[in-house]
Design a protein around this ligand. Sequence first.
Ligand code: PMP
Length: 361
Amino acid sequence: MSRVWNFSAGPAALPQAVLERAQRELLDWNGSGASVMEQSHRGKRFIAMAAQAEADLRGLLAIPETYAVLFLQGGATQHFAQIPMNLAGTGDSADYVVSGHWSAKAAGEAAPYVRVNVAASSAADDYLQLPPREQWQLDPRAAYVHYTPNETIHGVEFHDVPEVGEVPLVADMSSNILSGPLDVGRFGLIYAGAQKNIGPSGLVVMIVRRDLLQRATRPMARIFSYAAQAAADSMLNTPNTWGWYLAGLTFQWLKEQGGLERIAAANRAKAGLLYEAIDGSGGFYRNPVAPPSRSRMNVPFTLHDGALDAAFLQESEAAGLLALKGHKALGGMRASLYNAVPLEAVQALVAFMRDFAARHG
Ligand code: PMP
């Protein structure tokens, strides 16, 4: 069996070098004679590994000391609810920018815990372009502003951090964290489900300004409290030890690649190649997103004749190109080009697309 080129939206491709290292270390991790999954999170070895993973992430993103880094569970979806529990008091409102499926979901899940103000929405444009910043109706008294820098399904991405004044900016970076350098100081809170650019599902990485941890006023179980998790080094209960370990290996791999500037350049080259092939196909393939709003991570596209979809999927899979089927909300195809997807994968995809168009055009 050989490995395929994997364009899955998530859980997504992991760097092959990370998987190989995990495989080598599986039965005997760190000279312990047992796997990392079989050991106490309170043991010296695990605590050292966890601290190293955090240090490597801090190095990659230049995270200031005024921010806590948390390794949590529950998926990004659980934090759609936990963020308002922790950052908003009773009666507070929060601004939500709705630019696609996931930001709409974040706003909906927050509603039991905070008065949700939809400050901007591109729903009326079918999410084909980002809501222009000058049209956002922000409330200076809002507890925070929430947005989704990259919409995994609709394939739109903010290429700059929006200016929102003094109100803390909260970002769901599940599908573009670590895809390039970031000015963490512009944010109040960043969170990401791990299963795209970091590691396996079941782990959420959060970067939160420490002063915001003091905000929670409503009664809640300690397990929901970010302040309590920060005080316990994310080990209030048993963490996802395997996920944390793999995340640490991915952070080391990113460092070995030369850091996030290099990763960003590779991501630009990959996305550029695919968009060029789509736009240059004479209408055989089409990506409907306004070019300035296009995502580097998730590229949805349709074929000019939907009757060819089944053949495209069958033949692409036979050619070793996995998981190109689009999300059911949009239909068509989607190629996800996360950090672990190499340029060769995109070259193989583009060559297949040209050949398919020549045969079916
Ligand atoms: N936000 C974004 C941007 C996503 O892409 C996803 C998952 N695809 C989620 C949130 C939900 O993540 P989870 O399944 O970890 O709850």
